[in-house]
Write a protein that binds this ligand. Structure first.
Ligand code: ACM
Ligand code: ZN
Length: 475
């Protein structure tokens, strides 16, 4: 077994020899500053394969974790017949190196830990994109913290570093806030909401796994449940079941800003705040005297222009609070401040459209990165969905066309799991196996893409028990 040849996501650079290092000979380790905090994780890792490893001085260590000047998240693993050396320039780099070593230990011990060896050679790795994200919709169906932690662990093992948390939508408001008191108990399908303590627990757990959390509050559309509970923020003559916040009522904008102020307090570390902007219907705005007045006062040619003014104002509020807003791209010609990142989900041409305005782009186009779409037609699906296989995810690429024009504006990728058709128990089957395919789009060199080889590596890791470990892992 070549233990360097079965790693997901695929490494950038790999060389190996026919020599090997016996695992039973790795009985001592050394962690250099600033990585001494990894000592318990190293012991735990080897213990899970029935090997005891104790801390020792640098000269006598069979496994050394050392600091080396490298880009953020990069790492190397060098194995020689008598020693293994992990080098990185950051905590995230060591974390990823240990996750990589874990996969090597799984394949090394596939038959038995007895006599198991690691292949000698050197692996050097660094991510393709700095922004590697996964999105979960906790509004349509609620998930408990345990399931979210399980998902975060899987993300970390795939070296994804961002969790976009879709916390509110028409069918459920999953945040307990002062501004929206009582709304958290309103939902259409499953009950449940997150308290400030829950949020803290998730954010801290994610940080331990080198994942930052981006909360999303989606306005002005997707707000049916919110406006049923707070009708004063809907258009005054709106239909019985309004789905959009009134753009012309100053109190509505104040309401949104008060919510965002509380959200920023709950997520103090989040560089990005997602402010939605998704799929608003203009019909009620057209009929609303306040919206029509605002349209005239602002010399807007239509309601989309007024919506743009509303979203720019909300974006500015986020920018003034030293965060970066993210907005769903609508392909509608709306423009935003350069500090705003656009999430391209509808059309592969969205990056081309927004790049000239100086905005950065997250690539998450639905046809290849929406994990609610069925892997085959035995899964529940809705009319708007396409079939999306593991291979379909694997073959996607943000530079699919116009690479030269878009590559400076795309900061990374995101796979999205919407949950209209996904109750909690279906979350993990939806994520696996496509998360591993996606990880190679986010991390690995696209020039080396090879689906057959990916599939072979994945099957081998499955046979070695690695996927079971991901599902059952506790820490
Ligand atoms: C979306 O899928 N409507 C962002
Ligand atoms: Zn209105």
């Amino acid at each position: 077994m070549n233990t360097f040849a079965n790693i997901i996501p695929a490494p950038t650079k790999l060389e190996y020899t026919s020599e090997s290092l016996k695992l039973e000979n790795i009985s001592t380790f050394y962690t250099a500053e600033p990585f001494t905090g990894f000592a318990p994780a190293v012991q735990e890792l080897f213990k899970s394969f029935s090997f005891d490893i104790t801390s020792t001085a640098p000269d006598s260590a069979a496994l050394a974790i050392v600091h080396s000047a490298m880009p953020e998240e990069a790492f190397s693993i060098e194995i020689s017949p008598d020693k293994a050396v992990i080098a990185a320039g950051s905590q995230a780099g060591v974390f990823y190196a240990l996750e990589c070593l874990r996969q090597m230990l799984f394949t090394a011990t596939i038959a038995s830990p007895k006599g198991a060896v690691l292949t000698c050679g050197k692996l050097e790795d660094a991510p393709r994109f700095t922004f590697r994200s996964f999105h979960l919709d906790s509004a349509r169906h609620f998930q408990n913290i345990d399931v979210i932690k399980r998902m975060l662990r899987m993300m970390a093992s795939c070296r994804l570093n961002t969790f976009h948390w879709h916390l509110v939508d028409s069918q459920g408001w999953r945040l307990q806030l002062k501004t929206t008191a009582g709304l958290e108990n309103r939902y259409t399908k499953t009950p449940g909401y997150y308290t400030a303590d829950d949020i803290k627990e998730v954010v801290e757990f994610a940080a331990k796994h080198h994942i930052s959390v981006i909360p999303e509050i989606d306005f002005p559309g997707h707000s049916r449940g919110t406006l049923n509970y707070f009708p004063q923020y809907a258009c005054c003559n709106a239909a019985e079941n309004p789905g959009e916040i009134c753009l012309g009522n100053p109190a509505s904008k104040e309401f949104v800003k008060n919510i965002l102020a509380e959200v920023m307090e709950l997520f103090p570390q989040s560089k990005y705040i997602h402010i939605g902007g998704d799929e608003a219907n203009t019909a009620n705005w057209e009929k609303c005297p306040l919206c029509r007045k605002a349209m005239q006062e602002n010399s807007c040619k239509d309601m989309r222009e007024l919506e743009n003014i509303f979203m720019r104002d909300i974006a500015q509020f986020v920018i003034d609070n030293n965060r970066h807003p993210i907005i769903w791209g609508t392909c509608s010609g709306q423009t935003y401040q350069p500090e705003t990142t656009i999430q391209a989900w509808l059309d592969i041409r969205e990056p081309l459209r927004v790049a000239p305005n100086g905005n950065k782009v997250i690539y998450s186009v639905h046809t290849s990165l929406y994990f609610d779409y069925p892997q085959n037609l035995s899964e529940p699906w809705e009319t708007w969905m396409f079939e999306l296989s593991e291979r379909g995810v694997y073959m996607t690429d943000p530079y699919i066309i116009w690479a030269d024009k878009v590559k400076d504006c795309i900061i990374g990728t995101e796979a999205c799991l919407w949950t209209e058709t996904v109750p909690q128990w279906r979350i993990i089957p939806k994520i696996l196996p496509r998360l591993h395919a996606y990880s190679e789009c986010a991390w690995s060199d696209p020039a080396k893409k090879d689906y057959q080889d990916f599939h072979r590596r994945k099957e081998l890791l499955e046979a070695a028990g690695y996927m079971d470990h991901l599902i059952n892992r506790k820490a």
